[in-house]
Design a protein around this ligand. Sequence first.
Ligand code: ADP
Length: 501
Amino acid sequence: MPEKSRLKNIAVYSFFALPPALFLLVLWILSVNTSLFHSLGQIILMIIIATGILFLSGWLIYNYVFRKYEAPAELIYKVISDIKSGDFKPLPKDANLEEFSLLYQELTGLENAILSNNKTVASLNQKNKAMDELFQISLDPTTDPIIVLDTKSQLKYLNPAAEAISGIRKSNANGRRIDQFVRFYNKNNVEIPPSLYLTPSKDNASNKIFFSSEVRIISAINIQSFADVSVFKVAEGADIDVLAVILFHDKTKEKQLEAMKLDFVSMAAHELRTPLTSIKGYISVFLNENEKILTPDQLMFVRRINTSTQQLAGLVENLLSVARVERGALSLHTQVIDWVANVNSQVDTFLHRADEKRITLSFIKPEKPIPKVDVDLVRINEVLNNLISNALSYTEPLGKIDISINTKDDMVITCVKDSGKGIPPEALTKLFTKFFRVSGGAAEQASKGNGLGLYLSKAIVELHHGKIWAESEGAGKGSIFCFSLPAVKETIDLNILTKSL
Ligand code: ADP
């Protein structure tokens, strides 16, 4: 500041010395041309007087005009630099500020506001730190993994359980993006990218922006675990540098146990399959050869043995299919087929059983043309047969079953509607889970099924990229089971087109 002030003074003096210097120059020119001043002494005297006038006028102007402004300006400069360095002290009350006093007052107010703001920010920072610590302390003993991401999708915090699934220590994870230490895969083994689980959908107003069950988690060092993953967005998270909190409900142990059960069940089913096939074969040969010579009682027993063996063989096949579904090993061999013709012929195979039970089984021919579908015929007929067979099993004699086909939004929808015993609302959501059978009628149903049919049907339909659902107005009011399959888009045969042109 003093350096600056001196420079300014020189500038001010010089500026105001300019008019007198010009005056001096004019005089000198006149003296030379008009012979007004002849002696050197006169010229020197002239210079001395002019220089005196020059400094005197500069000094007068500076003192009476600029000092009035410069002093307060310097004060304000000082105030601002003090505010910047955080070392502001109020000026003495008698400081001569004149018209700058208002500005100075404003600056004082600003300074006070900044000081109190700084205090608030400091206390907020402390509170944030305390909250952060509290958060970490409370989450550390949680056995489920928790990961907190900062606004750059980088790891801000992970608890010891999350360290275990990611194989990464909290201390060396900072600054890494989430997908650099854990990757998520869905049930179909397709990777779930961070853009999917960290971006809230437009219509989602809640904090929970993502949920997926049984996600396979693979860490950077190849640790595999399973968990239900929920992602929560923190509303004002940007203020505390938090983008999202990822909660995991660890299912690794359950999965391992399930895999062991599955191994055991499929091993047992495989072992049972061979002897069962020969029992089935021998019974059918025995029945064919001896039907006529057996007494009615003997015939009844052998037929019961035959039925039970068929059921047991069905269960063994279902268990093997379940094992395949759970391992993701159920594969499809698809072909494009005329769906209406296929459903019609499948319904025909049940007419005899429906007649026996005195149930009216009808296939309602669709009014509009139905597109073709691309399906694994064996697998998809398992679904259709299971639904028709269930409708026949759970409908009383003299009841009615209608099978219909429709289209909606590029999907072909097939429905089996019966006037049977219906399904209570609380059971509707569980129908498609493994081994589920509607309670109450378990004893009565015991001989009929194993609660795997709908579970397998769902898996097969979903493999075809379709959906399966059930509706019922309640017990005794009949039910309707439908499944959808993607319609095959009609391709225009160019040969036919050119011929017709
Ligand atoms: P199940 O071999 O027992 O039939 P499913 O998985 O095919 O196994 O069916 C599960 C349960 O759903 C059945 O036990 C039955 O209680 C109920 N259910 C299925 N279809 C019908 C239906 N059409 N009417 C009433 N209940 C049904």
